[in-house]
Design a protein around this ligand. Structure first.
Ligand code: ATR
Length: 283
């Protein structure tokens, strides 16, 4: 019997994770079976217990269960603790271990697939919810010059900046004041080399009130969302002068590759899987 894994979510029917992990398993020769499992909104814990009872070795967790997963773990990695959310569970000797690979997946896509270095860059992170929180530490680890968190509700951005203010990059502290926060109006007159959309504004069909001129020449706009065509944020960024645009499909594959490495101890190649998902999406 191959080792059993799954992704829990609600909804989950359109999840790409089973196909991604099947491709990773094929390319690495790891014998595993990975399925999508719909958990009732009020029945996540029970769904996890049932899966463990069936012999499940690990699971990914997606919307809306990442915070609940964080709470039910017996142990957490430092990055999951920082993120306040868990997207990767490992079931070991009756214990539930929680990790969060979202931020690593984002950074792997930006620095690996897109070949855009974070070092010395001025980064703007839009949004202050769970998606934003999960990527702050890995972004800071890339040693940017500055990181500003901007959110519709400024207080939430300030609270996030405060929560991460003690973080030092691996080789030397961030400059004092390098981590800042505000609302969208506060962006006026500033420029950024990398702007990441971690808001859910486009789900509501809304665009962000970004002041003109914030995209520096040569800058990358990155949307954690992805879709068949250009996302609303990337359309806006392109029209406002962003030179490079990328959606979150690479982050999806990147977080899956990191989860695979957590479970199996080896990193699968993500570029071929991303390429085939991209062509299927365009199809
Ligand atoms: P997630 O887990 O996806 O981050 P969340 O925690 O609900 O979801 O956070 C959603 C983020 O998108 C928040 O930063 C939210 O801004 P507020 O904190 O002001 O609510 C942001 N967001 C959602 N809709 C938005 C909109 N129409 N315009 C701007 N920001 C929006």
């Amino acid at each position: 019997m191959p080792d059993l894994y799954c992704v829990f979510g609600n909804p989950i029917a359109h999840s790409k994770s089973p196909a991604i992990h099947a491709a990773f398993a094929a390319s690495t020769g790891e014998a595993l079976c990975y399925e999508a499992r719909l958990a009732p909104v009020d029945g996540f814990r029970q769904a996890v217990d049932e899966f463990i009872a069936r012999g499940g070795r690990g699971a990914n967790v997606t919307v809306p269960f990442k915070e609940e997963a964080f709470r039910l773990c017996n142990a957490l990695t430092p990055r999951a603790t920082r993120a306040g959310a868990v997207n990767t569970l490992s079931f070991v000797d009756g214990r539930i271990l929680g990790d969060n690979t979202d931020g690593a997946g984002l950074v792997a896509d930006i620095t690996g697939n897109l070949k855009f270095s974070l070092a010395g860059k001025r980064i703007l992170l839009l949004g202050a919810g769970g998606a934003a929180r999960g990527v702050i530490e890995p972004l800071l680890a890339g040693r940017p010059a500055t990181l500003m968190i901007a959110n519709r509700t400024a207080d939430k951005a300030c609270a996030l900046a405060e929560a991460f203010s003690d973080i030092a990059a691996p080789q030397g502290d961030l400059l004092r004041g390098a981590l800042s926060a505000g609302n969208f109006t506060d962006l006026a007159g500033q420029q950024f080399d990398l702007t990441i959309n971690a808001t859910s504004a486009s789900l509501a069909g809304e665009t962000l009130p970004l002041p003109p001129g914030i995209f520096a020449p040569g800058s990358l706009a990155y949307d954690m969302m992805y879709g068949k065509g250009e996302t609303p944020f990337l359309k806006q960024a392109r029209e406002q002068g962003a030179s490079l645009c990328a959606d979150g499909l690479g982050m999806l594959v990147g977080q899956a590759a990191e989860a695979f490495a957590v479970w199996r101890g080896r990193h699968p190649a993500s570029a071929p899987v991303l390429a085939s998902l991209r062509s299927a999406l365009k199809g």
